[in-house]
Design a binder for this molecule. Structure first.
Ligand code: NAP
Length: 519
């Protein structure tokens, strides 16, 4: 069995004590074990603060080269990583590519962002926010807002569902901002993350201290964070809320960003023609969100809002599209959807489906156990693709992290759609299918405050729009309310979490020299 070691203070180290076992969710076969017990987290932080500080002294161009080299290393080992993702995550080949290629793509995208920053800023390592502001009658006295890199450490804690992409979308941004990272994957699916860090360490491209890995628990790490440090967390709202309350965080002002759970929605506008292009795009996106990664995407649609007149036909089309889904061991032929990733996810998905079904009609699927195709009988964490028609209080309040959607009728008005979105109490993303511009204007105004991202899909872009479940490095990712209130990515915007904005007032000529604004 593989023993996953942590990479701390420049060494691979195995924790003591009882290890946690990682399994193949398709068969429940044990494949690896890990423990972080006894690791010296104080020393890990010191190492990041001292050795890792060299990252800050690199120019944007040098940081961009680093990200490019990292992407190259992962790409050179892509096949091995895809195999590991299938084995430890229950991923189909396509799911594994979505995760691993997402990591490589985001590192590459941030390498380009770094090159653009270098072209604009030269060797300067800060960012400017706006222009000089005249502060006195004499134009010589001015103010300038500037972002500088905070001399701290970034602790990244990630969810189980994206061990590659989730890890490197955070690292890409942190590294480009010049901040060293201690990253912790979810233990159950840590195999891919562990291997990527091994590959990067072996490649020799990482500056000393820039990246450390914890496989297992974070012990007393978080309570040791200081005012210039950061916690970027992705996972459940419950864990995120608990970590915000870490002793010392509030008093020291440790920066925290939380990406948590979300009741994303797809909304069918009243002008969508049944069977037309928009209808087909919406249907395709809903099916993809239900089945890709077995519905275990934070951005996956959970609620589908349809005008009363469209519900029956959408249900029929969706059930028809789902008949081709084959649930089973995703490493075997003919299987199109794998298991959920862990035993506890299976328990939660089943009980969640049962809760959503209370008082509603289960059109297909349900909470009953099933065997997966080509999997040992009674083994593996399999869930049926499930469509529930109707809503109850759980529909808007309980995120079932699996292949399940609820079809919810609404009155077709923009106000009704926005109210439905708002009942989710804040989500990462929702998609709106319509051509009627007045309806779109009203729905954007009403729903946007509840959402981190919106896909407004009209007929003119139906064949080119990226699916709503796909997170893009150039667009912000995060959402208000129950989604955690955090923001990541968004090109340069993502760097600001790791930087301090300071209002600097002084002599226009002197500040012009410092900031390179040519004054
Ligand atoms: P989770 O149980 O909250 O765990 C998330 C991470 O937190 C894991 O790495 C876990 O480590 C760690 N953790 C748990 N307790 C901790 C503690 N006391 N101190 C330090 N770390 C701790 O969530 P999950 O089951 O992995 O992921 C599913 C949830 O994540 C879903 O609700 C989903 O919506 C959300 N999610 C959100 C996004 C987003 O971008 N918004 C993306 C993906 C997933 P262990 O594994 O070692 O317990």
């Amino acid at each position: 069995m593989i023993r996953l070691e942590s990479y701390v203070s420049g060494r691979w180290t195995s924790g003591a004590g009882r290890a946690t076992t990682l399994v193949n969710p398709a068969t429940e076969e044990a494949i690896a074990e890990t423990s972080s017990e006894g690791l010296d987290f104080g020393a890990a932080l010191d190492h990041a603060r001292t050795a890792g500080a060299s990252l800050r002294s690199l120019s944007f161009a040098e940081r961009a080269s680093l990200l490019k080299a990292m992407a190259k290393t992962l790409h050179a080992n892509r096949e091995e990583l895809l195999d590991l993702a299938q084995k430890n995550g229950g991923n189909t080949r396509g799911d594994a590519k979505f995760d691993v290629d997402g990591a490589i793509g985001t590192l590459s995208a941030y390498a380009v962002t770094g090159e653009q920053l270098a072209a604009r800023m030269g060797d300067r390592r800060f960012l400017l926010d706006g222009d000089f502001i005249q502060l006195a009658r004499n134009p010589r006295f001015v103010g300038q807002h500037v972002y500088t890199t905070r001399p701290g450490v970034a602790v990244h804690i990630n969810a189980f569902n994206f061990p590659a992409w989730g890890t490197y979308e955070k690292i890409a941004v942190s590294f480009l901002a010049g901040v060293p990272v201690i990253t912790k994957p979810a233990t159950a699916t840590a195999l891919v993350t562990w291997r990527t860090v091994q590959l990067l360490v072996e490649s020799g491209s990482l500056p000393e201290g820039a990246l450390q890995l914890i496989c297992g628990s974070t012990g007393d790490l978080l309570s040791r964070l200081q005012p210039q440090d950061h916690l970027a967390f992705t996972g459940s709202n419950a864990t995120g809320s608990a970590l915000r309350g870490t002793p010392g965080f509030a008093s020291k002002g440790v920066r925290v960003t939380v990406e948590a759970d979300s009741l994303n929605a797809a909304v069918c506008g009243p002008d969508v023609e049944v069977g037309g292009d928009l209808w087909s795009t919406m249907l395709r996106n809903v099916v993809q969100d239900m089945t890709q990664k077995t519905g275990q995407k934070c951005t996956a649609v959970r609620r589908v809002f349809l005008p009363h007149s469209h519900v029956a036909e959408f249900e029929e089309a969706l059930l028809d599209a789902l008949t081709g889904v084959v649930v089973g061991d995703p490493t075997t032929d003919g299987v199109t959807m794998g298991p959920v990733s862990t035993a506890s996810q299976l328990r939660d998905a089943r009980s969640g489906i049962a809760a959503l079904a209370e008082g509603n009609r289960v059109a297909v699927g349900g909470a009953q156990p099933i065997d997966g195709r080509n999997a040992p009988a009674g083994k593996g964490y399999y869930v049926r693709p499930t469509v529930i028609v109707g809503a109850n209080d759980h529909t808007h309040d309980l995120e079932v992290f699996g292949p399940c959607v609820s079809l919810v009728a609404y009155d077709g008005s923009a106000a009704g759609a926005a109210a439905g979105i708002g009942r989710g109490q804040g989500s990462l993303v929702s998609s709106f299918y319509a051509d009627d511009r007045a309806w779109i204007g009203e729905v954007v105004a009403g729903a946007a405050p509840w959402l981190g991202r919106m896909l407004v899909c009209g007929s003119k872009v139906a064949d080119m729009a990226t699916p709503p479940g796909m997170v893009l490095p150039s667009m912000v990712h995060g959402g208000p309310g129950r989604a955690g209130g955090g923001e990541e990515l968004g090109g340069e915007r993502g760097l600001l979490f790791y930087m301090q904005r300071t209002a600097v007032a002084g002599d226009r000529v002197a500040l012009g020299k410092v900031f390179g604004t040519g004054e």
